[in-house]
Design a protein. Structure first.
Length: 152
């Protein structure tokens, strides 16, 4: 699979909403939520998509830095099952970190479900550390780890 990357475009919205329903069926972002996040582009939000050789979106990721010098919050990272384990998410995280560095963010922060072993393995492989665990973060009984990476 030949993968390319670009920043998100408004035209991508329907595809992302549909992917979101498949990948995050418990609490998918709605079209309205995506639009609200995208309204922060380019000042406080950065979103990137991955395309396969047919130029179909196979993944997306986004980050928020609300003001220069403030920690970055990773908002979402998602890759379709058929495109996984090809380094797409690692590439996404690298892009999000580069953009956040340009916004002078001291650290990257994110929340991840305590049972989401693939995502935790991804983040640990690129230097994120678990700094806290939030009880019931995603709903009753659904705890989340807070992970952090200091940007150099
Ligand atoms: C987590 C997710 C984004 C990873 O995407 P990906 O493109 O497959 O990840 P990469 O190929 O970049 O993997 C990078 C590294 O992460 C780790 N990793 C990723 N998936 C893994 C898995 N299933 N098991 C173990 N380690 C894994 C590995 O260290 C991997 O490096 P390697 O392939 O050289 O061993 C993807 O599985 C996904 O979309 N999951 C559903 C949505 C989700 O949970 N998002 C995160 C919300 S916090």
């Amino acid at each position: 699979m030949d993968i390319s990357y670009r920043e998100v475009m408004p035209l991508d919205l329907p595809v992302l909403v549909s992917m979101e329903r498949t990948l995050f069926s418990d609490a998918p972002w709605s079209m309205g939520q995506f639009k609200e996040e995208f309204s922060g582009i380019p000042k406080t939000r950065y979103f990137v998509v991955a395309l396969d050789s047919d130029k179909q979106i196979v993944g997306y990721a986004g980050v928020m830095v609300v003001a220069s010098g403030v920690d970055a919050d990773v908002l979402t990272v998602a890759v379709l099952p058929e495109a996984r384990r090809r380094g797409i998410a690692r590439h996404f995280m690298d892009s999000l970190e580069k953009w956040s560095s340009m916004r002078v963010a001291p650290s990257m922060m994110l929340e991840v479900g305590v049972n989401n072993s693939s995502a935790i393995a991804l983040y640990e492989s690129i230097g994120y550390l678990i700094i806290n665990t939030r009880k019931n973060y995603y709903g009753p009984g659904l705890d989340a780890h807070v992970m952090k990476k200091v940007l150099s």
